[in-house]
Ligand binder design. Sequence first.
Ligand SMILES: Cc1cc2nc3c(=O)[nH]c(=O)nc-3n(C[C@H](O)[C@H](O)[C@H](O)COP(=O)(O)OP(=O)(O)OC[C@H]3O[C@@H](n4cnc5c(N)ncnc54)[C@H](O)[C@@H]3O)c2cc1C
Length: 299
Amino acid sequence: MRPASLEEHVALSRYTTLGTGGPARWFAAPETLDELLELLAWAAAEDVPVAAVGLGSNLLVADEGFDGLALKLKGELASAEAVGERLVAGGGAPLAVCLHRARAAGLGGLEFACAIPGTIGGAVWMNAGAYGGDMAGVLERALVASARGAEWRTPAELGLSYRRSGLRAGEVVARAELRLRPRPVEEIKATVAEMQGRRKAAQPTNKRTFGSVFKNPEHELSAGRMLEACGLRGHAIGGATISPKHANFIENLGDARSADAVALIAEARRRALEGFGVRLEPEVQLLGEIAIPPFPDGT
Ligand SMILES: Cc1cc2nc3c(=O)[nH]c(=O)nc-3n(C[C@H](O)[C@H](O)[C@H](O)COP(=O)(O)OP(=O)(O)OC[C@H]3O[C@@H](n4cnc5c(N)ncnc54)[C@H](O)[C@@H]3O)c2cc1C
């Protein structure tokens, strides 16, 4: 039976930090594990592809939209609380809320997440990290829901490595337990302030971006430095531009389309290959009929 909470043709642009992309054919915001499982079972029965949307901070949605079911976790699937030395959070809980709860409970270890504007679920999917920390370092286990049901997985079972996991389409992180350690609140605050200060100095803030466009290559130069050396800072296509402040970011100038961002990604990869012989790998996740064009040599 069709779940009552299903909505149709919901714009996803307002669910992404870049603010681009078309509608989801189906959309729902489950608040409990049972609701989530019901939606996943319905999608499997109807052969509808599924994707969770966190805070959309690493997501590029096709301008034509997503011909599937987009799930935005809410309610108890987005809550967070400290229990002893653990932080127990729904997959939809914003990292900022998790960090706040951890700090209030005098638990350290999640400070690295202070400048990552995503959710716990998105952070597990991406193995998000910064300043030497990442999800793999704090995650004890995650409850993964799919059409087959829900099961707890350890970081090893989740296959976490640099900015990736082995999670597959249709698998949704419903809940996660992080193992933290006692730390004085003042120390947590000082670390967070220092990390946020470094971030503000180096990266665009108050701009619509989706974080790092490319993973850092195995090269002495970071992706940002390499693209800067290619002269790409401020290079614009349509309504999107490579950030004048940090070349591994793309900013929405106001009326960007996802296609503009894709064109910039293709141009940046072409220039890095030409200038440095390096094939940059996108970090951003794609949703819908959207693809990064191959390199000029067809690969
Ligand atoms: C200004 C800025 C700074 C950033 N800095 C960093 C940084 O320092 N380090 C870093 O690692 N990232 C950074 N990012 C990128 C981004 O914040 C992270 O990748 C984050 O983990 C994405 O989380 P999200 O909830 O927004 O996921 P989304 O962008 O919504 O989705 C990303 C992927 O995760 C999947 N997903 C989302 N929720 C779930 C779930 N519950 N279950 C299963 N899959 C899910 C989506 O389907 C998609 O494939 C930055 C982004 C911005 C805009």
